[in-house]
Design a protein around this ligand. Structure first.
Ligand code: FAD
Length: 458
């Protein structure tokens, strides 16, 4: 079967043609998921090749990490290098619709249970480069400036991968196992027809890096600030070099109103949120503003004979709680163990891959409950005036720290939090009804991919 950029073509089951290079594992994409999987598989002694279409360091959005990232960074041996260029992030600040001045801060040191009490804000160009160079140090081959254009699977589950480099030169690669970590390009998922728009969530983002943005002070300087506003929510992520990442995740009906450039729209959006606007009176955009389209999606399956989809290449959830990089690296860490089992047995092993898919889907489901409801008035009130009955605050902080996998989830406190949410909704039904109608209408809208002048994420 050949899967190309332009088409999905089915082929006979004959042997695959020879290729100029071969390896045990071929990884599409050198982002956090690809680099993590490549490093861990190379460490186990497999021959691993990573093909990356860009050249690192390259810009990427998604700068705020969660404490659960830290054990993986330690395991990869890169924590000191990351820490040297990162901003210390002890917590998450939530600010209301009409809020100016500081909001309500949840500090990770209240999460307990031996979890790390802080995380980092990172410039992704530096962070991703450290991870990519680390997989070379572990023995993987990394080839940059090479875009995967087609994949063909043979009857023995191996794959033939075709690429085109920056000079237009085509090349073929053979691999025993294929790891798709191509991020939101979702290479295999798209071409195999597995990618599904999330039926419960529909939004998109506009963002940029700015200088001269007012920061919080003292211990709070490195916290992420999240602001609600009438058309979604806005993040402010302070980076160590003084820049601030600012972005708005918006409802499609609002995005459709845009007339000017992406940059003009970002500034107009900032003005709609008094708290953010106040901190950006003297701000200046560094580089270009960017827009993303078609936000949340999931793939129908995570693996098949000879391949697995990791990180955003499998699913993408609105990163309101800064979990994207952690979810990508976690799926890569666990996915590399499953791929190792397949390589050892010489065939695709259903048990470890199915267990991986179940766990990843469970974690996404746990987070989704909060993500889908984040813009509701009830969550707004509950985060701004938190109540700690049944340990609800600690449980929410643990979730914000990224604890969404495994058996140590705070079942009772989270159940009570959800019960309080539904009670709050019921008691304020008229307020909630308008929002739920808008949400329903927006689920039917298509987020405009072509957002006009300005950079659009590809
Ligand atoms: P990526 O980091 O996207 O890496 C994929 C790599 O594959 C890229 O380098 C790409 O060039 C390469 N590639 C793609 N196609 C091909 C091809 N055909 N051939 C070769 N190479 C290819 N997450 C957080 O944790 N915190 C945040 O604050 C946060 N904010 C976000 C804000 C926005 C607006 C968005 C869109 C995302 C945000 N995320 C955040 C999510 C986060 O960016 C991703 O979840 C994370 O980067 C996923 O890592 P990955 O390795 O799966 O994919």
């Amino acid at each position: 079967m050949t899967i190309t950029d332009a088409q999905t073509e089915h082929r006979g089951n004959g042997p695959l043609p020879a290729a100029s290079s071969s390896c045990d594992v071929l990884v599409i994409g050198g982002g956090p998921a690809g680099s993590t999987a490549a490093a861990l598989l190379a460490e186990k002694g497999w021959s691993v090749t990573v093909l990356e279409k860009d050249r690192h360091p390259r810009f990427h959005i998604g700068e705020s990490l969660v404490p659960m990232n830290l054990p993986i960074l330690r395991r990869l041996g890169v924590i000191d290098e990351i820490e040297a260029q990162a901003m210390f992030k002890p917590g998450v600040e939530f600010c209301g619709r009409h809020h100016t001045g500081p909001g309500t801060t949840f500090y990770f040191d209240r999460a307990g249970d031996g979890m790390d009490s802080y995380a980092y804000q990172v410039r992704r160009s530096d962070f991703d480069e450290i991870l990519l160079r680390n997989c070379v140090a572990q023995g993987a081959e990394v080839v940059e400036g090479v875009k995967v254009t087609s994949v063909e699977f043979g009857e023995d589950e191996s794959s033939l991968v075709r690429t085109r480099d920056e000079s237009g030169v085509d090349r073929e690669w053979r691999a025993r196992f294929l790891v798709d970590a191509s991020g939101r390009n979702a290479f295999l998922s798209t071409r195999l027809g597995l990618k599904r728009k999330n039926p419960q969530h529909n939004s998109a983002a506009v963002f940029g890096h700015f200088e001269n943005v007012e920061r919080r002070t003292g211990r709070d300087e490195g916290n992420i600030s999240l602001y609600w506003f009438d058309h979604g929510w806005i993040w402010m992520i302070p980076l160590r070099d003084g820049a601030m990442s600012v972005g708005a995740v918006c409802w499609p009906d609002y995005l459709k109103q845009r007339k000017g450039s992406v940059e003009e729209f970002l500034w107009e959006t900032i003005q709609l949120c008094p708290g953010v606007h106040e901190r950006m009176n003297n701000a200046r955009l560094l580089g270009e503003a960017t827009a993303t389209g078609n936000y949340s999606y999931e793939s129908e399956r995570m693996w098949g004979p000879g391949y697995v989809l990791l990180g955003d290449a499998f699913a993408f959830l609105d990163p309101v709680f800064s979990t994207g990089v952690y979810l990508a690296m976690n799926s890569a860490e666990k996915g590399s163990a499953a791929v190792d089992a397949c390589l050892r047995s010489g065939k695709t092993e259903e048990a470890p891959l199915a267990a991986l898919e179940t766990e990843v889907r469970r974690g996404l489901r746990r987070l989704s409950w909060f993500v889908y409801r984040f813009t509701t008035p009830a969550i707004h009130d509950m985060f701004l005036s938190p109540r700690n009955e049944f340990g609800m605050v600690r449980a929410v902080i643990a979730m914000l720290a990224g604890r969404v996998f495994g058996p140590r989830i705070d079942v009772l406190p989270l159940f009570m939090f959800k019960a309080s949410y539904y009670l709050t909704v019921a008691l304020n039904w008229s307020r909630s009804r308008a929002l739920s109608r808008r949400r329903r209408d927006n689920l039917r809208l298509t987020v405009p991919d072509n957002t006009g002048p300005g950079r659009v994420e590809t």
